[in-house]
Design a protein around this ligand. Sequence first.
Ligand SMILES: Nc1ncnc2c1ncn2[C@@H]1O[C@H](COP(=O)(O)OP(=O)(O)OP(=O)(O)O)[C@@H](O)[C@H]1O
Ligand SMILES: [Mg+2]
Length: 501
Amino acid sequence: MSAIEVLIGGADGKQVSLDAAMANRHGLIAGATGTGKTITLQTLAESFSRIGVPVFMADVKGDLSGISQAGKPHKEIDRRIQEIAIEGYQHRGAPTLFWDMFGKKGHPVHTTISDMGPLLLSNLLELNDTQSGVLYAAFRIADDEGLLLLDLKDLRSMLVWMGENRKEISGEYGNISGASIGAIQRKLLVLEEQGAESFFAEPMLRLKDLMMVDFSGQGVISLLDVSKLIHQSPKLYATFLLWLLSELFENLPEVGDADKPKLVLFFDEAHLIFDDAPKALLDKVEQVVRLIRSKGVGVYFISQSPLDIPEDVLGQLGMRIQHALRAFTPKDQRAVRTAAETFRPNPKIDTEAAITELGIGEALVSTLDASGSPTPVERILIRPPESQIGPVDNVKRTELISRSPVGGRYEEIIDRESAYELLKARAEEEERMAAAEAAEKDTSRASSDDVWLKPKSTRKRSSNRQSFGEAIMKSAARKATTMITGKLVRGLLGSLLGGRR
Ligand SMILES: Nc1ncnc2c1ncn2[C@@H]1O[C@H](COP(=O)(O)OP(=O)(O)OP(=O)(O)O)[C@@H](O)[C@H]1O
Ligand SMILES: [Mg+2]
């Protein structure tokens, strides 16, 4: 098996490449603002695409869409091509799918509440332990009762119902306080205001739509525009990335050693994933990052400082591309030291000093050799992208979206029968029954002197009628239903990220 090389850059007649077989060992792109991280990301993404590896990446500033277009000649770029001695450089764009959670600048992205699962949802809503407990209970009840939690209104009606039946359900599902329910409801409102309503919907994003290879054998780049989202709801952005990661982990088959990955993910502004994340979530993230390698998925984190990434995760990132860091404050200096320490030393380079001296588009780089050991650090110029630097105009973007192979698949939201509709129907049914019962009482009072005339069947039904709340108490006897519906409701993250029970 001859290696497929991804050229990263070079200097002084030496080129540095990544062996694509090692690309599932993950990576880190770090550096201060304006030092070249985004261009490095663009360069790597188009290189993966070219060797037939699909790529998912988020466009944080809206400056990555140019990857879909051929670049233009520029003397700075020509100089780099010369200096790195790049052969076969061509101006060309990469096949690109545009996505946008809000459906404006690309295909909308949807997932369901149950698929997101209680752990990620708790993190998204920033719930405390007690509130999380209530959310977990909501999932369990929905699960036991065969109620699908798909969108925000499903979850909302579930919470309302739980509030109304608090006493009946507290025995089986733990203490459910009105205050906790209220707190979750308020946080859901905030989430809605941030535009999440359309995110929690069906049809759910199909993973295979992120893993396409076009007719010429190039990996398709899925570019998620988050330029608005990242300001409106950074937490939703981070949660989406984690959801995607776990979804891939749960659904993709194990693959043996391969000459290249099945998919590469670039997580820009990676600090958002880890900021204020509870320990339980961090542990799971660390675990998923470690294990997803065997599914042929490479994850590349992009952040300003390596200190933004928890140590356990950092330790698993094989390739390091370190752009310049400033060393003004003690914290800066610590970041420089950490960054330097993570490299395998090269006697020709003073790593710590070099980090503060690097120019734009210049970096310290270490990859993994064929045995998986880090190569000694090299100081190189990053290869310039063959695609356009900077965004595409809206006309081009609209045209590309209209020609997209997934066009029309996600634009129309499907609202199937789920918790909201079922709970509404049950409430209406209960109301009807109550009204019938009241009416019956009236009649029986009126004719109390001829009791024997009262139809037996009515009496029997009214005494046997059980409220939904009472019914739930008996739900333990419904194991069979749970076995079937549980799978649907539990969602993949539920079982992977934290388990529901
Ligand atoms: N490899 C490169 N080849 C050619 N030009 C580059 C390269 N890297 C960076 N540049 C130039 O430097 C500019 C800034 O780089 P870039 O946008 O990647 O910085 P950044 O680290 O992503 O900054 P921020 O943190 O603000 O997003 C680019 O617009 C481009 O003009
Ligand atoms: Mg950038």
